[in-house]
Design a protein around this ligand. Sequence first.
Ligand code: GDP
Length: 313
Amino acid sequence: MFTSLSDRLTATFKNLRGKGRLSESDVNATIRDIRMALLDADVALPVVKEFTRGIRERALGAEVSQALNPGQQVVKIVNDELIRVLGGETRQLTFAKKPPTVIMLAGLQGSGKTTFAGKLGKLLKDQGHYPLLVAADLQRPNAVTQLEVVADRAGVLSFAPERGNVGGHDAVTESGEGTRSFGDPVAVARAGVGQATLRGYDIVIIDTAGRLAVDENLMEQARDIRDAVQPDEVLFVIDAMIGQAAVDTAHAFQDGVDFTGVVLSKLDGDARGGAALSVASVTGRPIMYASVGEQVKDIEVFHPDRMASRILD
Ligand code: GDP
């Protein structure tokens, strides 16, 4: 991930090394190289434009640091702009004043939602929380079982609609409320939050159904779940490998259900990085986590500044 972009930017900066002063044509040539590198990395055009505009303004502006030579200054400016495009500050989860904190996941099928539910569950459990995973993806026959498996691996509990109980390690057999909800994802989500409240789980992570392409039924279902459980966070999970399609997909989910944060999944893959660099910028929503593998431990809190350094390393 980002290897090619990183190599290209490093090569561009090398050309500036040793220059005493940057002329306007040096800056223009550099910006042209950066623009090509970003486009080749699948970054969306509006983001590339905004990015290069920011660099040009600052590079040609009066900003002169005594401590840095001109080449270093350009690297610093690009670094700052990358951080900005990636969302600026690291954004932490918002916890509900009165538990449980409800976190709903949304995204296309195969984007990595279910896997991420387990990862986030484990991360939060390791921080001392008591998360409950709720399987409100009733679209795919295997989704509920998959969530149970993931929860088990993460060492957290899951709420499974067909049994109407809390399952996994230390399963607490519970009948009643959940049993009525079979087949209805909204009712499952609501019952899951009810179970969490009843049993003292302080975090509820709701996995929802995805489709292979954005469709209105999916959005309506996601909206219904959102309206029923009033989540503290809606996290949009997006596969970093989808490249240019990232922007349209993100807009569709923003319009359809809206979200408070982004999870970039499959960042361990050989994607060129365009989705990562476009989504926060075009939606104005922060990237909060990166999913970097298939195991439950493969999750990172997303820090824009560290990601920028990684790209410019
Ligand atoms: P969902 O349909 O959105 O719930 O997606 P899943 O969680 O089922 O993930 C779809 C596929 O992607 C599965 O084979 C996962 O193992 C895989 N996957 C999920 N997250 C990652 C990741 O961060 N890296 C890699 N390499 N694979 C992932």
